[in-house]
Design a protein around this ligand. Structure first.
Ligand SMILES: *Cc1c(COP(=O)(O)O)cnc(C)c1O
Length: 410
């Protein structure tokens, strides 16, 4: 995003003009930013055979999926519906990894029929899978290395109390099941959560995977999941992708040598690729002074952006309409009948009713977690691609709320 003469723009597209054209609230994505992040990841791992499987749950818009495909990304899907979206966006089944949690064998059968790579995360389903397919359908196994990522239990998935993955302590049991049914294990996977700061934590977890790999003779890839920490505040420490690239690549190469085969290294980033690309534009409905603070109330709420309330996530907020104005302190809140506070005691250029307030880092888990709570409509989405703003999702209309309701005689 650029700021010139107190006007904010992305790829030369003025954001106030964009808000006037498409209305607010609106999610705006910068294709160039996604490309920059994608390239930086490829660059950090250029010494190994690395594949990026974009975690589609973070931002599932078809045009975004197509964009990432055009950059060379594959896809990670956590539901059969995401698999169908991926296929619609033009990914081949071969490019799609299906990583469900807690689904029935029926859904997994459907994924097998579609020809995507299956990633299983519990022994019960692995046994049922083996009983049906034996060695005919290759499978990846999701392990839980019991490494605690960050301090946040809500986004950490690798600790001992987590529902995800099969415990590394159960490897003897996995091996028994695999041998009994002749299952063809071609990949090992971990995803320890979304907040790993240190390359060293990745390395510790990967050592556990390398060790587990000894038990499986036919591996083609190891999937390190994600966990790249993204900066939300100016001062946030982020994963140093080049440091991680260097350290993990050399550990991986040494492992491949021991294993006797050059495997592929896979990653499944969501946030890392799309978080920074997104800006959420809203309009100030009311400025309300109370004995405690000054509230800026906007035409949005936890129905559009739930991360601040659900994860205590910090999103930088700024006033697009008065970029040169005097800074004052505000608490920014939504219009939902819940406490939906986006930010407390934020310094913004003086806010007047009608001003456009923008949220940074609104690409990942923002629109994709939106809802119709309070019977509010979901926002539009716009992609800025090759210097032009393209509508990639229409704003909902009232009929969207009633479409599937069935009224009975009362
Ligand atoms: C959510 C998820 C990811 C992506 O996590 P980010 O923090 O957005 O990078 C990757 N893999 C799996 C299995 C996931 O569930």
């Amino acid at each position: 995003m650029d700021l010139v003469d107190n006007r904010y723009s992305i790829q030369g597209v003025d954001l106030i003009d964009l808000a006037a054209e498409f209305g607010t609230p609106v999610y705006v994505y910068d294709a160039e930013k996604i490309k920059e992040k994608f390239d930086s990841l490829c660059n950090a791992f250029k010494g190994v055979k690395m594949k990026v499987k974009f975690a589609s749950k973070s931002l599932t818009n078809l045009s975004i999926l197509k964009l990432l495909r055009s950059y060379g990304s594959d896809l990670d899907c956590v539901s059969i519906q995401e698999v169908h979206l991926g296929l619609m966006a033009g990914f081949t089944p071969h490019q799609i990894l299906y990583t469900p949690n807690g689904v029935s064998l029926d859904e997994i059968r459907e994924a097998v029929e579609l020809g995507v790579t299956i990633n299983l995360d519990n022994i019960s389903i692995l046994e049922q899978f083996g009983n049906v397919y034996h060695g005919t359908v290759p499978v990846c196994i999701r392990l839980n290395p019991h490494i605690m990522a960050g301090g946040n239990h809500k986004i950490s998935t690798g600790h001992v109390g987590s529902k995800f993955g099969i415990s590394v302590y159960q490897i003897p049991h996995i091996v028994r099941v695999v041998e009994t049914y002749g299952i063809n294990v071609t990949g090992l996977h971990m995803h320890t959560g979304s907040d790993i700061l240190e390359a060293d934590v990745f390395l510790r977890a990967s050592d556990i995977l390398f060790d587990a790999a000894k038990n499986f003779k036919n591996l083609a890839f190891i999937d390190f999941g994600s966990g790249f920490k993204v900066g939300y505040k100016e001062a946030d420490i982020v994963t140093d992708i080049n440091e991680l690239g260097e350290k993990l690549s050399s550990a991986f190469k040494a492992f491949c040598k021991r294993y006797g085969k050059e495997l592929e290294m896979w990653f499944e980033p969501g946030k890392f690729l799309v978080s920074e690309s997104g800006t959420f534009l809203t309009t100030t409905n009311v400025v309300k002074t109370t004995p405690a603070t000054v509230f800026a109330g906007i035409n949005s709420g936890l129905n559009h952006l739930i991360r601040p309330m659900m994860y205590d996530a910090y999103h930088e907020i700024f006033n697009l309409s008065n970029a040169g104005g005097t800074k004052r302190i505000y608490t920014i809140v939504g219009y939902i009948c819940e406490t939906d506070t986006f930010g407390v005691d934020r310094k913004l250029n003086e806010v007047k009713e009608g001003d456009i307030l923008a949220f940074k880092n609104a690409g990942a888990y923002a629109f994709s977690m939106s809802s119709n709570y309070n019977s509010r409509l979901r926002p539009a989405e716009v992609l800025i691609y090759q210097g032009k703003a393209h509508l990639i999702r229409k704003r909902e209309v009232f009929e969207d709320l009633t479409r599937n309701q069935v009224e009975i005689e009362i």
